[in-house]
Design a protein around this ligand. Structure first.
Ligand code: NAI
Length: 350
Protein backbone atom coordinates (compact mmCIF):
# COMPACT_ATOMS: atom_id res chain seq x y z
CA UNK A 1 0.00 0.00 0.00
CA UNK A 2 1.43 3.38 -1.02
CA UNK A 3 0.84 6.21 1.43
CA UNK A 4 1.62 9.91 1.39
CA UNK A 5 3.88 11.22 4.14
CA UNK A 6 0.96 12.81 5.99
CA UNK A 7 -1.20 9.68 5.78
CA UNK A 8 1.56 7.39 7.03
CA UNK A 9 2.67 9.67 9.84
CA UNK A 10 -0.92 10.44 10.85
CA UNK A 11 -1.91 6.76 11.09
CA UNK A 12 1.11 5.94 13.24
CA UNK A 13 0.64 8.97 15.46
CA UNK A 14 -3.04 8.24 16.05
CA UNK A 15 -2.39 4.61 16.89
CA UNK A 16 0.21 5.44 19.52
CA UNK A 17 -1.97 8.20 20.98
CA UNK A 18 -4.81 5.71 21.21
CA UNK A 19 -2.45 3.42 23.15
CA UNK A 20 -1.89 6.30 25.59
CA UNK A 21 1.16 8.23 24.35
CA UNK A 22 0.79 12.03 24.75
CA UNK A 23 0.46 13.88 21.43
CA UNK A 24 3.81 15.69 21.49
CA UNK A 25 5.65 12.40 22.03
CA UNK A 26 3.58 10.58 19.41
CA UNK A 27 4.50 13.37 17.00
CA UNK A 28 8.24 12.75 17.55
CA UNK A 29 8.05 8.94 17.36
CA UNK A 30 5.91 8.97 14.20
CA UNK A 31 8.24 11.53 12.59
CA UNK A 32 11.33 9.33 13.12
CA UNK A 33 9.46 6.20 11.94
CA UNK A 34 8.33 8.06 8.80
CA UNK A 35 11.92 9.23 8.21
CA UNK A 36 12.96 5.54 8.25
CA UNK A 37 10.18 4.19 6.04
CA UNK A 38 10.55 6.87 3.39
CA UNK A 39 14.28 6.07 3.13
CA UNK A 40 13.57 2.36 2.72
CA UNK A 41 14.63 1.39 6.27
CA UNK A 42 11.34 -0.47 6.70
CA UNK A 43 12.76 -2.57 9.56
CA UNK A 44 12.67 0.64 11.64
CA UNK A 45 9.41 2.17 10.45
CA UNK A 46 5.69 1.46 10.66
CA UNK A 47 6.27 -2.24 11.25
CA UNK A 48 7.28 -1.34 14.83
CA UNK A 49 4.10 0.52 15.79
CA UNK A 50 2.17 -2.53 17.00
CA UNK A 51 4.99 -3.50 19.36
CA UNK A 52 5.33 0.08 20.64
CA UNK A 53 1.56 0.37 21.13
CA UNK A 54 1.53 -2.83 23.18
CA UNK A 55 4.42 -1.50 25.30
CA UNK A 56 2.74 1.91 25.73
CA UNK A 57 -0.57 0.29 26.71
CA UNK A 58 1.16 -2.02 29.21
CA UNK A 59 3.15 0.74 30.92
CA UNK A 60 6.62 -0.03 29.54
CA UNK A 61 7.23 3.60 28.47
CA UNK A 62 7.04 6.37 31.08
CA UNK A 63 4.33 8.54 29.59
CA UNK A 64 4.97 11.69 31.65
CA UNK A 65 8.74 11.48 32.02
CA UNK A 66 10.91 13.65 34.21
CA UNK A 67 14.01 14.05 32.06
CA UNK A 68 17.19 15.24 33.69
CA UNK A 69 20.17 16.96 32.04
CA UNK A 70 23.34 17.21 34.05
CA UNK A 71 26.40 18.96 32.61
CA UNK A 72 29.40 17.11 34.05
CA UNK A 73 31.95 19.38 32.37
CA UNK A 74 32.11 22.02 29.60
CA UNK A 75 31.79 19.34 26.91
CA UNK A 76 30.10 16.42 28.69
CA UNK A 77 26.63 15.70 30.00
CA UNK A 78 24.39 12.92 31.20
CA UNK A 79 20.76 12.83 30.09
CA UNK A 80 18.43 10.58 32.09
CA UNK A 81 15.50 9.46 29.95
CA UNK A 82 13.33 8.16 32.83
CA UNK A 83 12.55 5.07 30.72
CA UNK A 84 10.41 7.09 28.34
CA UNK A 85 10.30 6.54 24.59
CA UNK A 86 13.88 6.34 23.33
CA UNK A 87 12.88 8.43 20.32
CA UNK A 88 11.78 11.37 22.44
CA UNK A 89 14.80 11.18 24.75
CA UNK A 90 17.38 10.66 21.97
CA UNK A 91 15.98 13.58 19.97
CA UNK A 92 15.94 15.92 22.97
CA UNK A 93 19.46 14.84 23.97
CA UNK A 94 20.69 15.54 20.41
CA UNK A 95 19.15 19.03 20.48
CA UNK A 96 21.02 19.70 23.72
CA UNK A 97 24.25 18.15 22.38
CA UNK A 98 24.13 20.40 19.29
CA UNK A 99 23.61 23.44 21.49
CA UNK A 100 26.56 22.41 23.72
CA UNK A 101 28.83 21.75 20.71
CA UNK A 102 27.96 25.19 19.28
CA UNK A 103 28.84 26.69 22.65
CA UNK A 104 31.97 24.72 23.53
CA UNK A 105 33.13 22.97 20.35
CA UNK A 106 32.40 19.38 21.35
CA UNK A 107 29.60 17.62 23.21
CA UNK A 108 29.77 14.08 24.53
CA UNK A 109 26.31 13.21 25.83
CA UNK A 110 25.49 9.95 27.57
CA UNK A 111 21.79 9.04 27.52
CA UNK A 112 20.68 6.50 30.07
CA UNK A 113 17.42 4.76 30.94
CA UNK A 114 15.67 4.83 27.61
CA UNK A 115 13.70 2.45 25.43
CA UNK A 116 14.38 1.64 21.76
CA UNK A 117 15.25 4.76 19.72
CA UNK A 118 15.01 3.33 16.18
CA UNK A 119 17.22 4.39 13.27
CA UNK A 120 20.22 6.32 14.58
CA UNK A 121 20.73 8.20 11.33
CA UNK A 122 17.79 10.42 12.21
CA UNK A 123 19.68 11.88 15.18
CA UNK A 124 23.08 12.29 13.49
CA UNK A 125 21.38 13.91 10.49
CA UNK A 126 19.84 16.47 12.89
CA UNK A 127 23.40 17.55 13.75
CA UNK A 128 24.56 17.63 10.10
CA UNK A 129 21.55 19.83 9.30
CA UNK A 130 23.02 22.31 11.79
CA UNK A 131 26.55 22.18 10.31
CA UNK A 132 27.86 19.78 12.94
CA UNK A 133 29.62 16.42 12.63
CA UNK A 134 28.09 13.73 14.81
CA UNK A 135 28.33 10.10 15.78
CA UNK A 136 25.82 8.10 17.78
CA UNK A 137 25.83 4.57 19.17
CA UNK A 138 23.29 2.61 21.19
CA UNK A 139 22.82 -0.71 22.88
CA UNK A 140 20.32 -3.31 21.77
CA UNK A 141 19.27 -6.65 23.23
CA UNK A 142 21.87 -9.44 23.20
CA UNK A 143 21.50 -11.59 20.10
CA UNK A 144 25.00 -11.77 18.59
CA UNK A 145 27.89 -14.07 19.53
CA UNK A 146 31.28 -12.50 20.19
CA UNK A 147 33.89 -13.66 17.62
CA UNK A 148 34.63 -17.33 18.37
CA UNK A 149 31.86 -17.61 20.99
CA UNK A 150 28.74 -19.73 21.45
CA UNK A 151 26.35 -17.48 23.39
CA UNK A 152 24.64 -14.21 22.46
CA UNK A 153 26.47 -11.47 24.36
CA UNK A 154 26.12 -8.22 22.40
CA UNK A 155 23.22 -6.67 20.53
CA UNK A 156 23.09 -5.52 16.94
CA UNK A 157 24.66 -2.37 18.46
CA UNK A 158 24.34 0.22 15.68
CA UNK A 159 26.69 3.08 14.78
CA UNK A 160 25.79 6.18 12.79
CA UNK A 161 27.79 9.21 11.74
CA UNK A 162 26.76 12.23 9.70
CA UNK A 163 28.48 15.24 8.20
CA UNK A 164 27.35 18.27 6.19
CA UNK A 165 28.64 19.24 2.75
CA UNK A 166 28.79 22.61 0.99
CA UNK A 167 25.64 21.74 -0.99
CA UNK A 168 22.34 20.05 -0.16
CA UNK A 169 23.89 16.59 0.35
CA UNK A 170 24.35 15.09 3.83
CA UNK A 171 26.60 12.11 4.43
CA UNK A 172 24.65 9.82 6.80
CA UNK A 173 26.22 6.46 7.55
CA UNK A 174 24.05 4.18 9.67
CA UNK A 175 24.53 0.47 10.31
CA UNK A 176 24.05 -2.41 12.70
CA UNK A 177 27.26 -4.23 13.67
CA UNK A 178 25.75 -7.64 12.84
CA UNK A 179 25.89 -9.07 9.31
CA UNK A 180 22.10 -9.19 9.16
CA UNK A 181 19.19 -8.06 11.27
CA UNK A 182 16.97 -10.68 12.92
CA UNK A 183 14.13 -9.55 10.66
CA UNK A 184 15.99 -10.93 7.64
CA UNK A 185 16.16 -14.40 9.29
CA UNK A 186 12.41 -14.25 9.97
CA UNK A 187 11.79 -13.30 6.37
CA UNK A 188 13.76 -16.37 5.17
CA UNK A 189 11.83 -18.60 7.58
CA UNK A 190 8.52 -17.42 6.24
CA UNK A 191 9.67 -17.95 2.64
CA UNK A 192 11.08 -21.46 3.46
CA UNK A 193 14.47 -20.42 2.13
CA UNK A 194 18.00 -21.12 3.41
CA UNK A 195 20.26 -18.36 4.69
CA UNK A 196 23.92 -17.85 3.67
CA UNK A 197 26.31 -19.49 6.18
CA UNK A 198 27.78 -16.06 6.98
CA UNK A 199 24.70 -14.69 8.82
CA UNK A 200 24.19 -16.73 12.00
CA UNK A 201 25.25 -19.66 14.18
CA UNK A 202 23.59 -22.49 16.16
CA UNK A 203 23.98 -23.23 19.89
CA UNK A 204 27.49 -24.61 19.35
CA UNK A 205 28.59 -21.47 17.51
CA UNK A 206 28.62 -23.34 14.18
CA UNK A 207 27.42 -21.43 11.07
CA UNK A 208 23.94 -22.54 9.94
CA UNK A 209 21.99 -22.27 6.71
CA UNK A 210 18.64 -23.45 8.14
CA UNK A 211 16.99 -20.28 9.53
CA UNK A 212 15.13 -22.39 12.14
CA UNK A 213 18.44 -23.46 13.74
CA UNK A 214 19.66 -19.92 14.40
CA UNK A 215 20.69 -19.28 18.00
CA UNK A 216 22.57 -16.03 17.45
CA UNK A 217 23.62 -13.52 14.81
CA UNK A 218 27.29 -12.89 14.01
CA UNK A 219 29.30 -9.64 13.95
CA UNK A 220 30.26 -8.00 10.65
CA UNK A 221 33.84 -8.76 9.54
CA UNK A 222 34.57 -11.34 12.26
CA UNK A 223 36.79 -10.15 15.09
CA UNK A 224 36.74 -6.56 13.75
CA UNK A 225 32.97 -6.23 13.96
CA UNK A 226 33.07 -7.86 17.37
CA UNK A 227 35.44 -5.08 18.46
CA UNK A 228 33.03 -2.46 17.11
CA UNK A 229 30.12 -4.06 18.99
CA UNK A 230 32.19 -3.85 22.14
CA UNK A 231 33.03 -0.20 21.42
CA UNK A 232 29.31 0.59 21.18
CA UNK A 233 28.56 -1.20 24.43
CA UNK A 234 31.48 0.45 26.28
CA UNK A 235 30.51 3.97 25.14
CA UNK A 236 26.74 3.61 25.53
CA UNK A 237 26.62 1.07 28.37
CA UNK A 238 29.61 0.54 30.64
CA UNK A 239 30.55 4.24 30.61
CA UNK A 240 27.03 5.32 31.54
CA UNK A 241 26.38 2.89 34.41
CA UNK A 242 23.52 1.02 32.74
CA UNK A 243 23.36 -2.77 32.23
CA UNK A 244 25.91 -3.90 29.60
CA UNK A 245 26.74 -6.91 27.44
CA UNK A 246 24.46 -9.89 28.04
CA UNK A 247 22.75 -8.01 30.91
CA UNK A 248 21.05 -5.56 28.52
CA UNK A 249 17.28 -6.10 28.72
CA UNK A 250 15.46 -7.98 26.00
CA UNK A 251 13.00 -6.06 23.85
CA UNK A 252 10.16 -8.51 24.53
CA UNK A 253 10.94 -9.69 28.07
CA UNK A 254 8.31 -7.73 30.01
CA UNK A 255 6.42 -4.96 28.26
CA UNK A 256 5.32 -3.37 31.53
CA UNK A 257 8.91 -2.57 32.56
CA UNK A 258 11.36 0.12 31.41
CA UNK A 259 14.34 -1.14 29.42
CA UNK A 260 17.15 0.93 30.95
CA UNK A 261 19.11 1.18 27.68
CA UNK A 262 22.01 3.50 26.96
CA UNK A 263 22.94 5.65 23.96
CA UNK A 264 25.69 8.16 23.28
CA UNK A 265 25.79 11.19 21.00
CA UNK A 266 29.11 12.87 20.19
CA UNK A 267 28.79 16.17 18.32
CA UNK A 268 31.65 18.32 17.02
CA UNK A 269 31.72 21.79 15.52
CA UNK A 270 34.01 21.74 12.43
CA UNK A 271 34.69 25.43 13.07
CA UNK A 272 36.92 24.33 15.97
CA UNK A 273 39.05 22.17 13.67
CA UNK A 274 39.65 22.89 9.98
CA UNK A 275 36.91 25.58 9.89
CA UNK A 276 33.30 25.07 8.82
CA UNK A 277 33.49 26.30 5.23
CA UNK A 278 36.71 24.39 4.50
CA UNK A 279 35.20 21.23 6.01
CA UNK A 280 31.99 21.43 4.02
CA UNK A 281 33.89 22.17 0.80
CA UNK A 282 36.12 19.14 1.34
CA UNK A 283 33.11 16.91 2.12
CA UNK A 284 31.51 17.99 -1.17
CA UNK A 285 34.78 17.16 -2.92
CA UNK A 286 34.81 13.70 -1.29
CA UNK A 287 31.24 12.99 -2.46
CA UNK A 288 32.04 14.28 -5.98
CA UNK A 289 35.22 12.24 -6.30
CA UNK A 290 33.52 9.05 -5.10
CA UNK A 291 30.61 9.57 -7.47
CA UNK A 292 32.91 10.22 -10.45
CA UNK A 293 34.92 7.02 -9.94
CA UNK A 294 34.44 4.25 -12.52
CA UNK A 295 32.21 1.63 -10.86
CA UNK A 296 33.36 -1.98 -10.49
CA UNK A 297 31.56 -4.71 -12.49
CA UNK A 298 28.07 -5.25 -11.10
CA UNK A 299 27.81 -1.70 -9.72
CA UNK A 300 26.27 1.32 -11.41
CA UNK A 301 27.99 3.97 -9.29
CA UNK A 302 29.97 4.56 -6.11
CA UNK A 303 27.48 6.10 -3.67
CA UNK A 304 28.36 8.06 -0.55
CA UNK A 305 26.66 6.76 2.63
CA UNK A 306 23.06 7.93 2.79
CA UNK A 307 22.84 8.80 -0.92
CA UNK A 308 20.75 5.78 -1.81
CA UNK A 309 18.40 6.40 1.13
CA UNK A 310 17.61 9.87 -0.21
CA UNK A 311 17.13 8.42 -3.72
CA UNK A 312 14.65 5.89 -2.28
CA UNK A 313 12.73 8.70 -0.58
CA UNK A 314 12.55 10.75 -3.78
CA UNK A 315 11.49 7.72 -5.80
CA UNK A 316 8.79 6.81 -3.27
CA UNK A 317 7.13 10.23 -3.48
CA UNK A 318 7.51 10.36 -7.26
CA UNK A 319 5.71 7.02 -7.60
CA UNK A 320 2.68 7.49 -5.37
CA UNK A 321 4.05 7.31 -1.85
CA UNK A 322 5.86 5.20 0.72
CA UNK A 323 5.31 1.47 0.27
CA UNK A 324 3.95 -0.06 3.47
CA UNK A 325 3.27 -3.80 3.85
CA UNK A 326 -0.47 -4.55 3.54
CA UNK A 327 -0.76 -6.23 6.95
CA UNK A 328 0.92 -3.24 8.62
CA UNK A 329 -1.47 -0.85 6.85
CA UNK A 330 -4.51 -2.96 7.86
CA UNK A 331 -3.39 -2.80 11.48
CA UNK A 332 -2.69 0.95 11.37
CA UNK A 333 -6.12 1.80 10.01
CA UNK A 334 -7.97 -0.64 12.28
CA UNK A 335 -9.52 0.37 15.60
CA UNK A 336 -7.36 -2.16 17.46
CA UNK A 337 -4.58 -0.91 19.72
CA UNK A 338 -2.50 -4.12 19.63
CA UNK A 339 -2.90 -7.89 19.43
CA UNK A 340 -0.98 -8.98 22.54
CA UNK A 341 1.72 -10.54 20.42
CA UNK A 342 5.01 -9.46 21.95
CA UNK A 343 4.92 -9.61 25.75
CA UNK A 344 7.14 -12.25 27.42
CA UNK A 345 8.57 -13.50 24.15
CA UNK A 346 12.22 -14.47 23.75
CA UNK A 347 14.84 -12.19 22.23
CA UNK A 348 13.72 -13.20 18.75
CA UNK A 349 10.00 -12.50 19.54
CA UNK A 350 9.37 -16.27 19.18
P1 NAI B 1 22.09 -1.12 5.89
O1 NAI B 1 22.85 -2.41 5.77
O2 NAI B 1 20.86 -0.96 5.09
O3 NAI B 1 23.06 0.10 5.55
C1 NAI B 1 24.26 0.30 6.26
C2 NAI B 1 24.99 1.51 5.71
O4 NAI B 1 25.57 1.18 4.48
C3 NAI B 1 24.10 2.73 5.45
O5 NAI B 1 24.77 3.88 5.91
C4 NAI B 1 23.97 2.79 3.95
O6 NAI B 1 23.89 4.13 3.51
C5 NAI B 1 25.25 2.17 3.52
N1 NAI B 1 25.12 1.50 2.22
C6 NAI B 1 24.38 0.41 1.93
N2 NAI B 1 24.51 0.08 0.64
C7 NAI B 1 25.36 0.99 0.11
C8 NAI B 1 25.91 1.19 -1.20
N3 NAI B 1 25.62 0.39 -2.24
N4 NAI B 1 26.78 2.21 -1.38
C9 NAI B 1 27.10 3.04 -0.36
N5 NAI B 1 26.61 2.91 0.89
C10 NAI B 1 25.76 1.89 1.11
O7 NAI B 1 21.74 -0.85 7.43
P2 NAI B 1 21.48 -1.87 8.61
O8 NAI B 1 22.78 -2.31 9.19
O9 NAI B 1 20.54 -2.93 8.16
O10 NAI B 1 20.74 -0.91 9.67
C11 NAI B 1 19.42 -0.42 9.38
C12 NAI B 1 18.93 0.52 10.44
O11 NAI B 1 18.70 -0.18 11.63
C13 NAI B 1 19.85 1.68 10.81
O12 NAI B 1 19.08 2.86 10.75
C14 NAI B 1 20.27 1.40 12.25
O13 NAI B 1 20.48 2.56 13.03
C15 NAI B 1 19.05 0.65 12.73
N6 NAI B 1 19.33 -0.17 13.92
C16 NAI B 1 18.84 0.26 15.12
C17 NAI B 1 19.01 -0.51 16.25
C18 NAI B 1 18.50 -0.03 17.57
O14 NAI B 1 18.50 -0.80 18.52
N7 NAI B 1 18.07 1.20 17.71
C19 NAI B 1 19.71 -1.80 16.20
C20 NAI B 1 20.22 -2.13 14.90
C21 NAI B 1 20.00 -1.35 13.78
Amino acid sequence: MKLSRDELKGLMKNKMMKAGLPEDQAETVSEVLTWSDERGYHSHGAVRVEYYSERIAKGGWTLNPKFSWQETGPCSAMFDGDNASGYVAAKMAMEKAIEMAKRNGIAVVGIKNIAHSGALGYYTEMAANQDMVAISFCQSDPMAVPFGGTEPYYGTNPISFAAPTADDRQVVFDMATTVQAWGKILDKRSRHELIPDTWAVDEKGVPVTDPHLVNALVPIAGAKGYGLMMLVDVFSGVLLGVPFGKHVSSMYHDLSEGRGLGQMHIVMDPERFVGLEAFKKSMSQVCDELGEMAPAPGHDKVYYPGERAVMRREKAYATGGVDIADDVYEYLKSDDIHYNRYDHKNRFAD
